[in-house]
Design a protein around this ligand. Structure first.
Ligand code: FAD
Length: 464
């Protein structure tokens, strides 16, 4: 980047809106997993949409590549700059309005998910998106990756939670639809283009999100099942008999062992006998009803031999403890060593067959392999991770596992699945994505060509 271009950007912004300080840039230039170390000549921190517009005007005219960044919790390498100008949305974090009568909330793209959840709660409403990185992930990043999380089963992914958004296009024009309408049949639904675009079309600067009634009662349980097939059967039963399953998360004993070993204060919820557990959350619009529904459904599951043991949380603290165990599996895994990670989905009906074949593949092809498969099985999404049984695996293990990853993705194809269920493509999954979807990639490139003709937006990410 030329000095002239740098000066054009910095002189167009107030001093608070940019930095070249190495210490300030450092946390923005490394990904959450510590796998990608990047660099940027300039960190921009716009304070409002007009400043973003000015930035993208200059960058478009001068062909300067940019990378928008939210909380930098993305898991596919898409949020780490490699020479691009970095636009952090962290200063644009205001909740602009909450409209309980319209069940909507409007915020800036840098608002942290937890802050949005709290603002909704304070207005007597629920914003249901919930995931392990919610203390750092920002609305713009969650929109740009079409984030999922633990409540997709009931409320859908980010794509279903956005009523409208505001985005700055390369060149600086602002496309904005923050009215919060639920019905608007006026042509193409352009906001959907930006949801899941991974910052390749423009910078999302604001959004109007859907809110929901808060459930009057919620129950959380952990149940032991024999295997993933039993988990899938249990899911059907719970859905039929409670009518209110919000979350259904698979937790293997091996994953819980790592949490207990590495995360202080953790313990197995049911002892160590069960090879597989599921965490189930049920909610209801009636007070005290969720617990009764959960109890009744689990009793039936016992009678049918689907569940061998179960515990229903007796307090909010115990429910939080169960959730903490589930959310700590990646931390336990990280402390054990590096793992080959696969965020994949298949139809729920094929989950058990897929997992059995995938585990067979990993265990026969990789010496000392340990499969840690966990997560949002209620949505057909499993984080199918392969670690080395012996602790302390490093990059050599990841290199060894690469051919297994390729074969695992072929298996996903055979089960009509997706190689990226919720984390996106970024840079890490790009080659697998490009080779699998030639027509879709051609259409996406055509759309990008219209909106970003000089390809300044996240040029290394998604479409490459
Ligand atoms: C512990 C942990 C648990 C997680 N659990 C889940 C989970 O359950 N479900 C799930 O879906 N994900 C999960 N993730 C992944 C991650 O939290 C999501 O991908 C999240 O949506 C990223 O938000 P962010 O603000 O950190 O975005 P970033 O990581 O900063 O960016 C992600 C992508 O979006 C682009 N981008 C960011 N902001 C903007 C913007 N304003 N305009 C345009 N483009 C932008 C970036 O360029 C990048 O390509 C988890 C991550 C961690 C670390």
């Amino acid at each position: 980047m030329t000095t002239d271009a740098l000066t054009a950007l910095t002189s167009a912004l107030p001093p608070a809106s940019w930095s070249r300080d190495a210490d300030e840039i450092a946390p923005h230039a490394r990904d959450w997993r510590g796998r990608v170390q990047g660099d940027t000549p300039l960190l921009l921190k716009p304070g409002n949409t007009q400043e973003v517009s000015r930035i993208l005007g200059i960058c478009h005219d001068r062909r300067i590549a940019v990378l928008p960044q939210g909380g930098n919790t993305g898991l596919v390498g898409g949020s780490t700059p490699k020479g691009e100008v970095l636009i952090s949305l962290k200063r644009m974090n205001a909740i602009r309005a909450v409209d309980p009568a319209n069940d909507s909330l409007t915020c800036e793209a840098g608002a942290i998910l937890e802050t949005v959840q709290t603002a909704a709660r304070e207005a007597g409403r629920l914003f249901p998106l919930s995931l392990g990185a919610q203390g750092s992930a920002m609305i713009g990043g969650l929109i740009s990756t079409n984030a999922g999380g633990v409540h997709v089963l009931r409320y859908g992914m980010m794509r279903e939670l956005v009523l409208g958004l505001e985005a700055v296009l390369p060149g600086g024009r602002v496309v904005s639809d923050l009215a919060g309408l639920r019905k608007d049949n006026t042509g193409y639904d352009l906001k959907q283009l930006f949801i899941g675009a991974e910052g390749t079309l423009g910078v999302v600067t604001g959004a109007t999100l859907k809110l929901f009634a808060r459930p009057a009662s919620t129950a959380v349980a952990v149940a032991a099942v024999a295997d993933p097939a039993a988990a899938v059967e249990l899911l059907s039963l719970m859905k039929e008999q409670t009518g209110g399953v919000c979350a259904f998360e698979l937790m293997p004993r091996i994953g819980l062992d790592l949490v207990v070993a590495h995360v202080p204060g953790s313990r197995h919820p049911l002892g160590r006998e069960a090879d597989w557990c599921v965490l189930i959350e049920v909610s209801s619009g009636e007070p005290d009803r969720a617990g009764l529904l959960m109890e009744h459904a689990l009793e039936n599951a016992f009678e049918r031999g689907l569940v061998s043991d179960a515990v229903i949380a007796q307090s909010e603290a115990q429910a939080a403890e169960f959730w903490r165990l589930r959310e700590s599996i990646p931390e336990g895994e990280k402390a054990h060593g590096k793992a080959a990670k696969h965020d994949v989905s298949v139809p729920v009906s094929r989950m058990a067959a897929f997992m059995a074949e995938a585990a067979g593949l990993a265990e026969t092809e990789l010496e000392d392999a340990m499969v840690i498969a966990f997560g949002h099985v209620g949505d057909g999404n499993v984080h199918f991770n392969i670690a080395r049984r012996t602790p302390g695996a490093g990059d050599d293990f990841l290199a060894q596992a690469a051919p297994v990853t390729a074969r695992l993705y072929d298996l996903v194809d055979r089960h009509n699945g997706s190689i990226s269920a919720e984390h996106g493509i970024g840079t890490i999954k790009q080659s697998e994505f490009l080779q699998r979807k030639p027509l879709e990639v051609e259409l996406m490139r055509a759309i990008k060509g219209v909106i970003d003709p000089h390809a300044i937006m996240n040029p290394r990410v998604l479409l490459g």
